[in-house]
Structures are given as C-alpha cells and as structure tokens.
Design a protein around this ligand. Structure first.
Ligand code: FE2
Length: 198
C-alpha cells in the first residue's frame, strides 16, 4: 500500500492494529491458562473481553472509512506474542513464571499504547473526531491494563517469588537496595556532595 497521504498512513496503522488485536485474542486464553496468580488470570480474562471490543471498534472505524480491516500482518505483535507464549511454557517456579508473563504482557501493552497513540494523533490532526474518540477509548483501556499489571506485579507477584526472602513488603525491599547502594558507594561522600550541589 502506497503511503501518499497521512490518510493512507492512518489506514495502514489501523490495519496493523486490527492484525495485532486479532492475534492477541488468540493468545490471551493461553496466558489465562499459563498464569497461576488468581488476580493475573482475572486480568487476562477481562482484557480478552476488552480486546474483543477493541476489534469491534476497529471494524466500526473501517465501516466509516470504507475498505477491509484485513490485509496486513502485524509482525511486531507476532514476535511479542511468540516470546510471551514461550514464557508461559517455561518450567520452574509458578510465581517467577508469573512475573515473567507479566513482563511479556506489559511489552504487548506498551506496543499497543504506542500504536494507538500515534494513530489517535493522526486521526485527530485530520479532523476524524469520531475515529479519534474510538481510538482514545481503546488507548485508555490499554493504559489501564498496563497499570493493573504493574500493580499485580508489585503487590502480589515479584516480592512473593523465591529469592526474595529478604523483602518483607515494598519498603524493606527498597531499604535493602538502599543499604546495598550505600555499601557500594562507601567511601564516596565527597562525590555525593558535589552531585547534590549541581
Ligand atoms: Fe487492545
């Protein structure tokens, strides 16, 4: 597809997103199955329902602009999901694997946030208000999912994994890190003061 105008680029991006979302719909049930932490399973289940809605929003957009949403393969999402599903199949500790699955899922969300953000900007600058509004709804849901994944990782998964015995909650984990930093930095009070003064 030739990119003669910004409209062409917007259509190309929309097709790419449609491919990304349809791939994600197929992968999410495997993420639900692979996750162990109940809140993580629920987050993936809910995001599956949202993702189906994201697909229908893109179909709605193509009804407005004409043409088919199909015809482009999102290779970025293909690669991200390949890595995510590799993580799901890893042997080892369930909680460590969940931390890895979250890391993979957040890569997917960040990718989508970038793509929806750009496409939303294109629609806005061309005055496609309705399209921009639909894209913004999805963009906000992707951001909320990303934030929820961070919350689950921080509150339930990362600190509960083996090898994190010293960490009793967020503060002590940070304290432990700080203590290590101090050890590393000693003796360097002069350098510290100089940095602070700048
Ligand atoms: Fe989505």
């Amino acid at each position: 597809m030739a990119l003669a105008t910004m409209h062409d680029l917007m259509i190309a991006e929309l097709k790419d997103l449609y491919s990304a979302e349809t791939q994600l719909v197929k992968a999410l049930p495997k993420m639900v199955k692979g996750a162990t932490t109940p809140s993580l399973k629920t987050a993936f289940e809910n995001h599956l329902v949202e993702t189906q809605e994201h697909i229908s929003r893109l179909e709605q957009i193509f009804e407005m602009v004409g043409g088919s949403p199909k015809g482009k393969k999102c290779k970025g999402m293909e690669g991200l999901l390949e890595e995510g599903l590799e993580m799901v199949e890893e042997d080892g500790d369930d909680t460590v694997r969940d931390a890895g699955i979250i890391a993979s899922a957040q890569r997917v969300e960040h990718y989508e946030i970038a793509a929806y953000g750009s496409t939303h900007a294109f629609a806005t600058i061309m005055g496609h208000t309705e399209i921009a509004e639909l894209l913004e709804l999805t963009l906000n849901e992707e951001k909320a999912t990303d934030a929820l994944l961070s919350q689950i990782a921080e509150e339930e998964v990362n600190g509960a994994a083996p090898g994190m015995d010293a960490a009793e909650g967020d503060d002590s984990a940070e304290d432990a890190e700080d203590a290590e930093d101090v050890e590393d930095e000693v003796p360097a009070p002069v350098a510290k003061k100089t940095t602070r003064g700048k």
